[in-house]
Design a binder for this molecule. Structure first.
Ligand code: SF4
Length: 296
């Protein structure tokens, strides 16, 4: 039997949030309560646990200068975080620079075998914590607000998984960094008290910027270009949220963007979908790294 709060598309979400006069985050929470059979408190506590694990990765990552085994990753999050001491020399503001540092921190923890939350995937795991934690600090919001952002982000992830994919092997990097940026854009927009419509405009504007992005990790490792792509994904998500909050709309609705993403993924060469057989992975530098990794 179809549940009261079940959704698969943005259209479903819009219908249900209007019918019940609730936010996207509230809908996502109620849907999880229904499908898991757990109490509201248990569902909230699980999200809090995820939040705390994310925060742990961020905190350790910005302090650590640890390098990954390949030497390709590590130390950049700390550099960027420390650059906030001379913010007047940066072009980004505190929120964007901090978000990028946090996102890189998560990517570097992953590359150094630390614990992270694959939200939505390991490769795209930095953007949601980067944007939402930094956004919360900017908004001087309480942790409750952050949880709302996380539930909204998870609803966007579910819609992408249903209508397209969260697998780089199927969709390329648009399915990892692209999905993560769309989730973060919507989550941040709800944290700013944006309407469900504005959340979907932010997600659509963000995801449109990633259609066709190839997955081409050097040596097949989630380090280069992945970690810096997460940092840039924060800029895209924050920019998309700013646009949506300014009243700018995505001309193409979110569900149609997700459908386009699916079709683009299907038409991409397997060389550009997690095989490390194309793109940056096959540059001179990429080939050198591959030889190094294979000889270990
Ligand atoms: S390049 Fe591939 S492995 Fe790296 S983040 Fe993108 S999808 Fe993930």
């Amino acid at each position: 039997m179809k549940s009261k709060y079940e959704f698969r598309t943005a259209q479903d979400v819009m219908r249900l949030t209007k019918a019940h006069k609730i936010t996207i985050s509230e809908l996502a929470k109620r849907y999880e309560v229904e499908t898991s059979g757990k109490s509201v408190a248990a569902v909230r506590n699980k999200m809090k646990l995820i939040r705390d694990m994310m925060y742990d990765a961020v905190r350790k990552g910005v302090k650590s200068g640890e390098k990954s085994n390949t030497g390709m990753a590590g130390g950049d999050a700390k550099k960027l975080y420390n650059s906030m001491k001379k913010l007047s020399e940066m072009m980004g503001n505190r929120t964007t620079v901090r978000a990028m540092a946090y996102a890189m921190a998560v990517g570097e923890r992953n590359a150094c075998m630390g614990r992270i939350v694959a939200f939505p995937t390991a490769g795209g795991a930095g953007i949601v914590p980067g944007v939402l934690f930094s956004g919360m600090e900017q908004l001087k919001g309480r942790k409750r607000k952050l949880l709302r952002g996380m539930f909204t982000a998870s609803a966007i992830g579910l819609i992408i998984a249903e209508g397209s994919t969260l697998s780089a092997a199927k969709g390329g990097c648009q399915a990892e960094v692209g999905a993560g940026a769309a989730m973060a854009a919507a989550g941040l927009t709800e944290m700013r008290d944006g309407t469900p419509e504005q959340c979907f405009h932010a997600a659509a504007i963000s995801l449109k910027s990633y259609l066709g992005l190839v997955c081409d990790p050097l040596g097949g490792l989630v380090e280069v270009p992945c970690i810096k792509r997460n940092a840039i994904g924060c800029m895209v998500a924050i920019g998309a949220s700013d646009m949506a909050m300014s009243g700018i709309q995505s001309f193409v609705p979110f569900d149609e963007v997700v459908d386009a993403m699916k079709r683009v993924g299907e038409s991409m060469s397997p060389k550009l979908k997690e095989t490390a057989l194309g793109g940056l992975a096959t540059t001179k530098t990429g080939k050198t790294i591959k030889t190094k990794v294979c000889s270990k």
